[in-house]
Design a protein around this ligand. Structure first.
Ligand SMILES: NC(=O)C1=CN([C@@H]2O[C@H](COP(=O)(O)OP(=O)(O)OC[C@H]3O[C@@H](n4cnc5c(N)ncnc54)[C@H](O)[C@@H]3O)[C@@H](O)[C@H]2O)[C@H](O)CC1
Ligand code: K
Length: 246
């Protein structure tokens, strides 16, 4: 296990609550925009298009979106990827009715002509072929996931596990299905090629295989004294970067 500074799922939820509480007053939309933007930047850093053939440049980034805020990060990420010249496709099997905001994120994707597939589009696996898929963005569950996993996500994750040796997975904040604090405690488990921890890594990130998984931190939205209050130092982001490779 590495000596990386991490915060538990409980503390991560407290950090979020305080950032969006009356004293600080961030809105969820603001934080999610920065979170999704960071994930898109990590995809660009890890899978640059520069110098690639037209066929490579046309490959899909397949973004799988869950029902909560981790999924919201995925919706935002897809929009930024399109702006960055990628070819994202979103699979959104269980749409959140929690807030109007999620519908707006989908409208924005329509505006950008990013396809958004629903659960009844049974052909989602057709988009997952090594010759046409650059990577998969796993924005299914983040720090509020509580096992055991329910359908349709259980079946989806099983399919992803079968594909992950051939198509790299980029996990947003927490590899879906991992216990946020204890890591990959059930099998089959996602073994991401890239993990983008948001704000600060969660304990499960210490279970990634360092040689296999590139680890980035993103979500650059807290000042030093706030980080110190929660027991960690701010990350040394360079210049205007929204991500830092750890
Ligand atoms: N400050 C930040 O770093 C920010 C992080 N963000 C992202 O938000 C997620 C946490 O979001 P939250 O809505 O609290 O939870 P999740 O998305 O992880 O999941 C909740 C969602 O999942 C359902 N669910 C839970 N367990 C199961 C299960 N076993 N089977 C099926 N479904 C399950 C639950 O019902 C909810 O619908 C964090 O990780 C970041 O990615 C924000 O963008 C804000 C800033
Ligand atoms: K995830």
């Amino acid at each position: 296990m590495s000596t990386l500074k991490v915060v538990s799922s409980k503390l991560a939820a407290e950090i979020d609550k305080e950032l969006m509480g009356p004293q600080i007053g961030f809105t969820l939309q603001q934080l999610m925009e920065l979170a999704g933007f960071s994930v898109a930047q990590a995809v660009c850093r890890q899978f640059p298009l520069k110098g690639k053939t037209e066929a490579e440049r046309g490959k899909h980034v397949f973004v799988i979106v869950g029902p909560g805020n981790n999924g919201g990060d995925g919706l935002v990420c897809a929009r930024h990827l399109k702006l960055f010249g990628y070819n994202p496709i979103v699979y959104y099997p269980k749409r959140s009715e929690r807030t109007e905001f999620y519908k707006q994120l989908v409208h924005q994707l329509n505006f950008f002509k990013v396809p958004v597939l629903s659960q009844d589009e049974g052909n989602w696996l057709d988009y997952l072929k090594p010759e046409k898929t650059l990577c998969i963005v796993d924005a299914i569950f983040g720090f509020s996931y509580k096992p055991p996993m329910r359908e349709p996500f259980k079946g989806i994750v099983e399919e992803l596990c079968k594909l992950q040796d051939r198509i790299p997975i980029v996990s947003v904040d927490v590899p879906t299905g991992w216990d946020v604090d204890k890591g990959p405690i059930s099998q089959p488990a996602i073994n991401p090629a890239v993990l983008v921890s948001l704000t600060v890594p969660k304990p499960c990130s210490t279970y990634i295989r360092e040689k296999h998984t590139a680890h980035y931190v993103g979500g650059r939205f807290i000042p030093r004294d706030f980080a110190n209050k929660y027991g960690f130092e701010p990350f040394g982001y360079e210049s205007t970067d929204q991500i830092l490779k750890l």
